[in-house]
Design a protein around this ligand. Structure first.
Ligand code: BTN
Length: 333
């Protein structure tokens, strides 16, 4: 028993020593000398640590290097955590113009069920022709190419359902409520952390979807954001001080999307969407049909549409953009 405690203490010491020298070489002889044990005992302990999943590289005749791989994209690590069977392959790219564009080319080659993830996008796209800033290694830039079997009419529900899935996945990892700003943005503490861009191509004659690309961009570790007059942006690390593993987040999101996917047809995701939608009951400036209008948001309708009060009339808005929110709660008309 005593021997076991001592071994655990020694192993923990070795780990802490390696972590404190992250990215640097630590020799086995140095560790052996400090602990008064043999080099082969050190080697055995480190081998066990590697088997536990610590990212330690053992360099023959030289020593050991500890790497913090929390932010490093790794296909094997993602696959280990992936329970979903929806996805046929995961492609990790270092640099691309836009993962949505890349997925579109795959769709044209008749591929499906592919997840494209990039470390950096030089032309990341947002909704309404906007740019999505995608700095190298600072966020999650992922597109999912699927061929849904449901009719075209359900396509407009995809973004809302995926927004709920991504919110749930993030909450599992940061333990803080994630809100939704209609229609496709996720918010944390009142600032944007994620945008979703869904692009669908349909076959009109068949009344079906040829393919759909769901692009998800999440600010994870970024610290500086361009100033924006309307809504502010932030990152998960900046806001919560939590450094999420990108691999874990990817697997959690993909698992959650598969789990929730049938809710697109049943429309049952709407309740969850509504509960997270922080503009309900608020006066907002809505960009609609090339005009800016002040409206009161009454509700989210069954198709994910915004139900608003404008010029004393209730209207359902299927596409548009909320530019600004008036802080105080709107008075009933
Ligand atoms: C928005 O904020 O309006 C939507 C942003 C969507 C960004 C993601 S990042 C991965 C995928 N590739 C892109 O070019 N855009 C989406």
């Amino acid at each position: 028993m005593k021997k076991q405690v001592r071994k655990e203490e020694l192993q923990n010491y070795v780990l802490q020593e390696l972590i404190s020298r992250k990215g640097l070489l630590t020799t086995g002889s140095m560790l052996a000398k400090k602990l008064g044990v043999t080099r082969s005992y050190i080697q055995k302990m480190i081998q066990e640590l590697i088997e536990y999943g610590y990212q330690i590289e053992s360099i023959r005749r030289s020593g050991y290097i500890y790497y913090d791989d929390t932010k490093v994209l790794n296909k094997e690590a993602i696959l280990k955590m992936l329970k979903a069977s929806f996805y046929q392959d995961i492609l990790l790219l270092n640099q691309v113009d836009s993962t949505n564009n890349y997925a579109k080319k795959l769709a044209e080659e008749k591929k499906e069920g592919i997840v494209v993830i990039a470390n950096y996008q030089d032309s990341g796209k947002g909704r309404l022709g906007r740019q999505f800033i995608s700095r190298a290694g600072k966020g999650l830039y992922m597109s999912i190419l699927l061929k849904p079997t449901f009719p075209i009419d359900f396509a407009r529900r995809i973004t809302g359902c995926v927004a709920v899935s991504v919110a749930k996945a993030l909450e599992q990892l940061v333990n803080t409520k994630i809100d939704i700003k209609w229609v496709n943005d996720l918010y944390l503490h009142g600032k944007k952390i994620c945008g979703i861009l869904t692009e669908a191509v349909s076959s009109m004659e068949m009344g079906t979807l040829e393919y759909v690309i769901i692009g998800i961009g999440i600010n994870l570790y970024q610290q500086d954001f361009p100033s924006n007059a309307g809504f502010l942006a932030t990152s998960i690390e900046e806001e919560t001080k939590v450094v999420i593993s990108r691999n874990q987040l990817i697997a959690t999101i993909l698992n959650q999307i598969e789990e929730d996917w049938s809710q697109i047809v049943s429309s049952s995701y709407i309740e969850e969407y509504r509960n997270r939608c922080f503009v309900i009951g608020k006066m907002v400036e809505l960009h609609l049909e090339n005009k800016k209008q002040m409206v009161k948001v009454l509700d989210i309708g069954p198709e994910g549409e915004l139900i608003v009060l404008v010029d004393n009339q209730t209207r359902a808005v299927y596409s548009g953009e909320i530019m600004r929110m008036v802080i105080s709660n709107a008075k009933e008309n």
